[in-house]
Design a protein around this ligand. Structure first.
Ligand code: MCA
Ligand code: AMP
Length: 492
C-alpha cells in the first residue's frame, strides 16, 4: 500500500481538508479517491503508469483526483487552471494522456478537443458510482507525477517523479521543518508545481495535519483566515509576501497590530521558489513577528537547501542541504569548488527520474557520475549557501513561475508582423523579474496592444511580455548571438 493511503487510514476521522466551506476527514478522502480510481479503471485492473491529466479546483476535488489516479496505478498530470487550450493541448499531446478528469467549470473548454483527440473526459462530480474495485499493488519505483517546467529549451519539459522520489521529498521536509498532526496550513498556491503540491499539501497530509484551501490568491481573504486563529503554518513565494506587506501597510495601526498577534502565534512561515529580497524579509518580520525561513528548490529535485528550523535564518541565504540531499558546487570544467561561486549540483533519492519522452535532454541534465545540473550559481559562506543567479539569461522567474524566454520568443515569432524578437527578464521588486520583449517588425505596423492580445490567446497571461520595445535590428555579438544584457539596459 502506498504511503499516503497507509497514513490516511491511520488518521481516519481526523480532519484532512477544508475547502468549499466543508470539512473532509481522511476517511472521506480515501473513500472518494477510491471512487475516482474505480471509475478510471473501469474494466482494467491497473493503469500501468499511464498519464492521467486533471484540471480541477484546489481542495478536496484536487487531492482526491490525484490520489485516485495514484491508487489506479496511473501517473498524475495536474493541468494549470490559468492555461489556455493551446497550452493544455501541448501537455496532452506530450504526455499522450488518454484520460482527463475535470470539474464542471472546465467542461466547456475541454469537451470538444478531448472528443476530437479521443481522450476520455471524466467529470469529477460523476466519479462516484464505481463498484468497489480491487486496486492494483503500486510499487514505490513507479512513475507518480509529471510536472511541466520551462527551461533552456523552447518548449516546457515534463518532469517525471516516482513515488519513491515524492515520498523521499516529503520525509526530508517533515524531518527538517517538523511537520506534525497539529499543523493547520493554508494553501494559496497554484497546484501544478511542487511548492503547493508537495510542501503544502502532501507533507501536511503525510503527518495527519489539516490543509485549508483558498480558491485563488487574495490578500484580504488570507488575512481574514489568519484572524480566525486556527492556522499555524504558511508557505508562499516572495511576490505573495510583497503583496501581503502592501495590504498590511494600507491598514490602520490597530488592525495591523491585531493581525500581528495572530501571525506571531504561527509555528512556521516559509518563503521559496525565487529569491526573497532582504527588504521583504525584514518588513515581514517587523509586521508579523515571524522570521521567514527561506529555502531553495526546483521541480527536478524538490527542495534541496534550507535555512534551519532552529538556528539562524540568514537573510539573503538559502541555508544548508536538507536531509538526504547531497549538494556540491562545480566550476565550468565540472571541477569541485569550495571557496568561490559554482553551479549547484544535486544528488539523492529526491531527484526526478527523467524528462518525459526526452532521453537526450535527460542525459544532458546529469553529469556522467549522476549529479543533476541545476544551472543555478551559488557560493558557500560559513556553512550557508547563497544563490547568486543562473547561468542562463533565457530563464526568467516571475512571481515564483519559471518562464523560458525562448518559448515566449518562439510564440511571438509566429505573429505575421514579427520578423525577429528577443525576450529578457527585467529586475522588479514585486515580481522578482518581469518579462520584456524587443521586437523587430516586418513591413507594416503592429501595436504592443495587438501583440499582447495575440500572445494571451497562445499562452497563460503570466508568461506574456509586460513591456515591448520596437527596434530595427537586434544587437548581436561576433558569434551572431543576441546580447541580452545590452537589451535589458534599453528598458531603463
Ligand atoms: C499573475 N500575473 C503575473 C504572475 N501572476 N505576471 C507575471 N508573473 C506572475 N507570476 C499577472 C496576471 O497575468 C495578471 O495580469 C495580473 O498579474 C494579476 O493577476 P492575478 O491572477 O490577479 O495575480 P495574482 O492572483 O495576484 O497572482 C500573483 C501570484 C501568482 C499569487 C504571485 O503569480 C502565484 O500564485 N505565484 C506562485 C507560483 C508558484 O507557486 N510557483 C512555484 C513554482 P493581467 O491582469 O494583465 O492579466 S516553483 C516550485 O514549485 C519550486 C520547486 C520551488 O522552489 O518552490
Ligand atoms: P522551478 O523549476 O519552477 O521549480 O524553479 C526552480 C528555480 O527557482 C530554481 O532553479 C531557482 O532558480 C529558483 N529558486 C527557487 N528557490 C529559490 C530561492 N530561495 N532563491 C533563489 N532562487 C530560487
Amino acid at each position: 500500500m502506498l504511503y499516503f493511503q497507509r497514513n490516511a487510514q491511520k488518521f481516519g476521522e481526523s480532519q484532512a481538508i477544508l475547502s468549499d466551506s466543508q470539512t473532509y476527514t481522511y476517511t472521506s478522502l480515501i473513500d472518494r479517491s477510491e471512487k475516482v480510481a474505480g471509475t478510471l479503471l473501469g474494466k482494467q485492473t491497473d493503469l500501468h503508469q499511464s498519464p492521467v491529466a486533471y484540471m480541477v479546483e484546489p481542495g478536496f476535488c484536487y487531492v482526491s483526483s490525484q490520489w485516485g489516479i495514484w491508487l489506479a496505478g496511473g501517473i498524475a498530470v495536474p493541468v494549470a487552471l490559468a492555461h489556455p487550450l493551446e497550452s493544455i493541448k501541448y501537455i496532452l499531446q506530450d504526455t499522450g494522456a488518454k484520460k482527463f478528469i475535470c470539474s464542471k467549470s472546465y467542461l466547456p473548454l475541454l469537451s470538444e478537443y478531448c472528443q476530437e483527440a479521443g481522450i476520455s473526459l471524466y467529470l469529477w462530480d460523476d466519479m462516484v458510482d464505481s463498484p468497489s474495485h480491487l486496486l492494483p499493488d503500486v510499487s514505490l519505483d513507479r512513475g507518480a507525477m509529471i510536472l511541466y517546467t520551462s527551461g533552456t529549451t523552447s518548449l516546457p519539459k515534463g518532469v517525471l517523479s516516482t513515488h519513491l522520489g515524492i515520498e523521499s521529498q516529503i520525509k526530508s521536509l517533515v524531518e527538517a521543518w517538523r511537520y506534525s498532526a497539529n499543523d493547520h496550513t493554508l494553501c494559496v498556491l497554484p497546484l501544478h508545481h511542487i511548492h503547493g503540491i508537495i510542501n503544502v499539501i502532501s507533507a501536511t497530509l503525510y503527518v495527519g495535519g489539516k490543509v485549508e484551501f483558498l480558491a485563488q490568491f487574495s490578500a484580504e481573504e488570507i488575512f481574514a483566515r489568519f484572524k480566525q486563529g486556527a492556522l499555524n503554518v504558511f508557505m508562499a513565494v516572495p511576490t505573495i509576501y510583497f503583496k501581503l506587506i502592501a495590504y498590511l501597510e494600507s491598514l490602520t495601526d490597530k488592525e495591523r497590530e491585531e493581525l500581528k498577534v495572530c501571525m506571531k502565534a504561527f509555528r512556521l512561515m516559509i518563503s521559496g521558489s525565487a529569491a526573497l529580497p532582504v527588504s521583504v524579509m525584514e518588513k515581514w518580520e517587523a509586521l508579523s513577528g515571524q522570521r521567514l525561513l527561506e529555502r531553495y528548490g526546483m521541480t527536478e529535485i524538490g527542495m534541496a537547501i534550507s535555512n534551519p528550523y532552529e538556528g539562524e535564518r540568514k537573510a539573503g541565504h538559502v541555508g544548508m542541504p536538507l536531509p538526504g540531499v547531497q549538494v556540491r558546487l562545480v566550476d565550468e570544467e565540472n571541477q569541485l569548488v569550495f571557496d568561490q561561486p559554482g553551479e549547484i549540483q544535486i544528488k539523492g533519492p529526491t531527484v526526478f527520474k527523467e524528462y518525459w519522452g526526452k532521453e537526450n535532454a535527460t542525459r544532458e541534465a546529469f553529469t556522467t557520475d549522476g549529479w543533476f545540473k541545476t544551472g543555478d550559481v551559488a557560493e558557500l559562506a560559513n556553512g550557508y549557501y547563497r544563490i547568486l543567479g543562473r547561468n542562463s539569461t533565457d530563464i526568467i522567474k516571475s512571481g515564483g513561475y519559471k518562464l523560458s524566454a525562448l518559448e515566449i520568443e518562439e510564440v511571438l515569432r509566429t505573429h505575421n508582423s514579427v520578423e525577429d524578437c528577443s525576450v529578457v527578464g527585467l529586475a522588479d521588486e514585486e515580481w522578482g523579474e518581469i518579462v520584456a520583449a524587443v521586437v523587430v517588425l516586418k513591413e507594416g505596423q503592429v501595436s504592443s496592444d495587438e501583440l499582447n492580445t495575440f500572445m494571451r490567446s497562445k499562452m497563460p497571461a503570466y508568461r506574456v511580455p509586460r513591456k515591448y520595445l520596437f527596434l530595427s535590428e537586434l544587437p548581436r555579438n561576433a558569434m551572431g548571438k543576441v546580447t541580452k544584457n545590452d537589451l535589458k539596459v534599453l528598458f531603463t
